[in-house]
Write a protein that binds this ligand. Sequence first.
Ligand code: SAH
Length: 250
Amino acid sequence: MKAFRWMGGLAAAIVLFGALAAASNAETSQDPRAAMMHKVELRGKSGRIKQDRYWHDALAAMTKLDRADFVPSDQRISAYRDTPLPIGFEQTISDPFVVAVMTSLLRIEKSDRILEIGTGSGYQAAVLAGLALDVRTVEIVEPLAQRASETLARLCFDNVTVRAGDGYDGWPDGAPYDAIIVTAGTPRIPQPLLDQLKPGGRMVIPVGKGFWDEQLFLVTKSRKNKVTQKSIGPVMFVDFTGKVRGQPQR
Ligand code: SAH
């Protein structure tokens, strides 16, 4: 049981993008926020993440945010560590490297409308909001949805809307979306999410049978509605709960 809780604390980490880059001198000389971003940059290089415009856009959007604003007060001391952190209700905020990778895979343009499933702390939504026109995000744990909504309002994000509910159904009112991001591990891709993706759209989603068997997938829909998926690498996310697992609606 203890091991399980420990693993839970580590959820949302990408494990196979190369070893964590060695600590640099910058880490000791820079302020902790800059040091965190420097580490993400180094991990991107050692993990052979494509150093394209979208990667740099993701890093720039993250640099503008203070991760400490999104974590519970008892976690603020750890806010600039490049690790997942507990945010209550057995959920986690992903590690910053994972946020950067997933964001860059979405290839976001300024005019894009985005759907996120798994609001959690609201950090990933805030990163997306810095790059896109509009972000809608759905969270199944109501108090988390409430808290993220308050956090985003306090930080004056006016292009993000949070809704409490099961993200299995997506958010039909705002569809179709240029990009969809799912931040919880699911046994299969929910059909409503595929349906709500625009032709030409991109989706990133962790899919697998369980915690130890999960891959991050980049799903693309061509202009002619042909869906293709590509595995990016092994990941560990908290579970996508609700309807996809036959669990009753809360
Ligand atoms: N993106 C978040 C990380 C979230 S962790 C951040 O930046 O902090 C994954 C989140 O997905 C958890 O908060 C969990 O409650 C939520 N989740 C799990 N299943 C869900 C579902 N069916 N619909 C919506 N949210 C879900």
